[in-house]
Structure formats: C-alpha cells, structure tokens
Write a protein that binds this ligand. Sequence first.
Ligand SMILES: Nc1ncnc2c1ncn2[C@@H]1O[C@H](COP(=O)(O)OP(=O)(O)OP(=O)(O)O)[C@@H](O)[C@H]1O
Ligand SMILES: [Mg+2]
Length: 332
Amino acid sequence: MDKNFQVVGIGNAIVDVLAKVDDDFIETHNLVKGTMNLIDAERALYLSGQIKDAAIRSGGSAGNTIAAMAGLGAKTAFFGKLADDEMGKQYFDDMNALGVHFPTKVIKEGEPTARSIIAITPDGERTMNTYLGACTEIGPEDMDEPVIRTSQVVYFEGYLWDPPRAKEALYDAAKIAHAEGGKVALTLSDVFCIERYREEFKELITSKTVDIVLANENELLSLYETDDFDKALDALLNDCSMAAVTRSEKGAIIIENGQIMKCEPFVIETVLDATGAGDMFAAGYLYGISNSLEMKEAGRLGCLLASKVIQVIGPRLEESLIEIARAEGFDL
Ligand SMILES: Nc1ncnc2c1ncn2[C@@H]1O[C@H](COP(=O)(O)OP(=O)(O)OP(=O)(O)O)[C@@H](O)[C@H]1O
Ligand SMILES: [Mg+2]
C-alpha cells in the first residue's frame, strides 16, 4: 500500500529554555550531567530564575527528529500535547511552517505547555530539567488512526513512558502500524528513563512491538546492565534486526539483520551545545530508512546532521538541511 507519510513521530512536545552555565551550576543544583531530570512547576520557576540570557526554541526529542526530517523534504506527521498558550502556539507554528502534519488537539484548560530548562556546560554537554505540563495528558485518543495507517514508520521516544496514559496509546499505535505493514521505531531517550522502565523497554523489543531501536552508548549499556560495550551490542543484535547506536565523537553503529556497520563521525572543532545530537542522528537515519537508502548511508546522513546541530545552540538547525546533505554528496 502507498503510504502518505514517511514517518509519524510521537513525543513530548517541549519548548527548550537553553542557557550556558558553569560546572558549579550542575553541582549546586544536584544534577547529573548529560541526563534528563523531571521537575515540577515550582522547580521550573526556581531554575528559570537561576539562569541568564536563555534562548527559547521548540524542542522535544521526537519533535526535533520530525522537524529535521521535514526539513529534508520528507512527508511527516507529529503527535504531541500542547496547551492553549503562547509557547504552545509557537511550537505548533514552527512545526506547521516546516510542513509537519500536526493533528493533536491542544488542552484548553489545565497545565501549560511543557518546557525544559537546559543547562549547557563549557564542555558542550547538556543537562535537561523538564516540566512535562500539558504533555502528561497524551493518551490513546491522540493516536490519529488514518495517519498511523498511512505512515511507513511510527517513531516514538522512551520519554513517553513518563506520561501516565501514553504507553497504552503506543501499544495501540504499534498494532495499527503493523497491521498495515508499517514499522515501529523507539529511541531509548535517556539513562534515567531506562532505569525507570528497563523491563518495559526490553519487553517492547523482545515482543517485536518495536522493530527499530535507537540508543546512545550509555543507554545501550544501561539497557543490558553491563559496562562491556561489545556484550551490550551482541545482546541488541540478538534482540532486534534493525538498530542504530550513537557514540558521540566515535560516530555510530548500525545493525541490520545480524550485520554490524560502523559510521564514521564528521570531525568538528568544538561542541557548542550537544542538545539534539541524538535527535538529528535519528532524523538522518530514519530519512534513510524511509527512502530506501543503504543503511550505512542512512547512518552517515545521521552523523552529518548531528555534527551540524552540536555547533549551534538549541536542537534545530536554521540552515537548509537539503543543502547540507547535498554538499556531502547525498542525492536529495
Ligand atoms: N564530538 C563530536 N564530534 C562529531 N560528531 C559528534 C560528536 N558528538 C556527537 N556527534 C554526532 O552526533 C551523534 C549523536 O551523538 P551522541 O551519541 O552524543 O547522542 P546523544 O547522547 O543521544 O545526544 P543528545 O542526547 O545530547 O542529543 C553521533 O553519532 C555523532 O555522529
Ligand atoms: Mg540522546
């Protein structure tokens, strides 16, 4: 069957509040560098008062990936819960301007649009403090069935295990997608998130609810509770037929039907802000999958886009992604 959409992303729709901090900030506020911490409204207010010169950008992990795929010219859709407020409107307008089909109903009353206060340390690492707000309301009623049925890939974030009714929605979405020959992809999101939901994520993979797994190196180690990368990779190889593992400055590894392929990184001078590296990689990789590129080329496109986003503040790129890809020989 012909599909209308290459990918539909499902994720927490979050506005990023990005600020440079010194290393003391991480210690003073009891944070673990490089992780995503869930916070309440009060702490969000408090932390907002502790940062200076913040940049405000549309974010959210799957949202960033979908925005980038749309920028590459892919037909995309996104489900994510926003409130009826200024931040929500800005988020919707950003997606709309990129041509992303975004049918999720906004919440008229209740909590505001989600925000993440992102502390960027001098090494370029990002530490996120996320107030989920309106995102906690996503549920099965937000799974637009015709969109899922007509998407090649349904892509969702592990972060969706935090809102209470999202997992139910995702199982529904996976069932619909599989009935129509679509694929389901999951990013493991974050080490703390895996610590909260390890067995459920493993079940998603071993039950084949998920066909494609994306993770960074630490997330892979955490999933299989080992310090041995090769051992973790073997376990993943055994559990699923398609996967991508990102390894920061070491590039990425692609798994396809029992084969392991290495994608070299694009060498850059300095990392300004790591925010969105994994999401950009996912965009290139999923673009490749849904356009039948060779898997290694899909991974190379992911590495290319990721290397660009870590040289700017925030998770999205202003430049034309098509031009970026063409300059490296991709036929887009
Ligand atoms: N220092 C670097 N130099 C070149 N490329 C990099 C560097 N860091 C990251 N990348 C690129 O970005 C991709 C994703 O990076 P990484 O493994 O750090 O993801 P991540 O931890 O999920 O990132 P984040 O969660 O901050 O978005 C890597 O596969 C690589 O291609
Ligand atoms: Mg990541």
